[in-house]
Write a protein that binds this ligand. Sequence first.
Ligand code: NAD
Length: 465
Amino acid sequence: MLHGMSAPTDTPQVHAAATVARLHGTFATGRTKPLAWRKAQLRALRRLLVDQEAAFAAALHADLGKSATEAYTTEIGFTVNEIDYTLRHLDRWLRPRRVRVPLSLRPARARAVREPLGTVLIVSPWNYPLQLALAPFVGAIAAGNCALVKPSELAPATSAALAHWLPRVLDRDAVAVVEGGVPETTALLEQRFDHVFYTGNGTVARVVMAAAARHLTPVTLELGGKSPAVVEPGTDLAAAARRIAWGKFMNAGQTCVAPDYVLAIGDAGPAIEPHLAAAVREMYGDDPAAAGDYGRIVNERHFDRLTALLPSGRTVTGGSHDRADRYLAPTVLADVDPDSPVMCEEIFGPILPIVRVPDLDAAIAFITARDKPLALYAFTASARTKRRLAAETSSGALAFGVPNAHLAVPGLPFGGVGESGQGRYHGHHSLETFSHLKAVLDKPLPLDTLRLAYPPLTPGKSRLL
Ligand code: NAD
């Protein structure tokens, strides 16, 4: 260092190191372990979400044009439900589980005990910037950890709201929010955490996993991919189209579990086209730009990426756009070639291509030839088709008759497989992710039944164990 110059104190590195050291210090005191502390934090978070619902809804509107209703159902209310479900079951989830001891080791008692991991990092994306920061956070706190949340810089209003409110209502020595983008996240990832929970894309996930490997820190990776919606002839196509349009165009298609494309078997392809157009009209009217319930694309970069995908097929409905407003109409494309640009990457926007395959065998071959999706949806009246899809494909989730809704079943695990991620959360699955299941064995010393195991080991002795 040059004479007369002091070390900078406000770099992302210095800030990250100081924040993480503070959280590690708090965890070391044991303060976050008692059930009472965990519940008090969860209740305080719940109160915050209820009291400041309007402020959070305004932030979500500023970032993504979400309507107040959508902001509540998919973000604020969703998180409140996760808190309520956790509070209702936490005592039971944390109860030590007694385990049977084999005869040869008796007398002894064995149990499996959940202990917190320590300090965990949660890095979240912009598309559900509140839910995807706070739902894992609920699990981290319920498990008795200190937690650092790094919200997405691409949803700046929600990020600022989280950074403003969380330290005000929660234990600020145990909970921190660090705002910022790549430099700040990189600085955080240099620190040693006890778990890293990342939601976002597969490219950054590799950076996160490599950084975590340096400290041998376990990771949960909640990623995306192309989730197909298989549609078979013989199903109620009007109802299927409404469900698919609902799941796809919510949040302007920027939903990790949204149906990415329709995989239409046989005649279901052309037959579902008018139903999808009708469903869009029913939900968003003739001018979706004016519909209060229709969101906007997060930024110009994503807007340009999406509009470049529009020539990938024949427009069934939609296609109009306005860059100044980051508006892209709910769009359905037919006659889409499986090798066209729209089929080569996760769309993550309001474009729904229809790809046709001749039969179920071809549909299954299409799915299994690609990355394992975060979700697979199927609209079919056939129990045999359901059985075959369940047995012959792999995906983070499999849902029949409805997209996206499995997230709202708190008892179901939520997570991907392969390229769509690793690990899972929600409800008690979050508790499992954010805790260690410790084996505890307690064998009294006085009655030394183990004498039979001590050397010298005669053949007769070893068989007794
Ligand atoms: P994003 O750009 O907000 O990135 C996510 C996080 O990674 C942010 O906090 C960001 O700051 C951080 N980040 C970005 N670049 C980084 C780098 N080089 N090093 C370290 N950190 C970095 O969000 P995104 O990735 O565009 O999110 C969209 C993707 O996330 C889609 O693929 C979507 O399917 C997926 N997704 C998955 C889920 C899920 O639950 N499985 C939920 C939402 C989104």
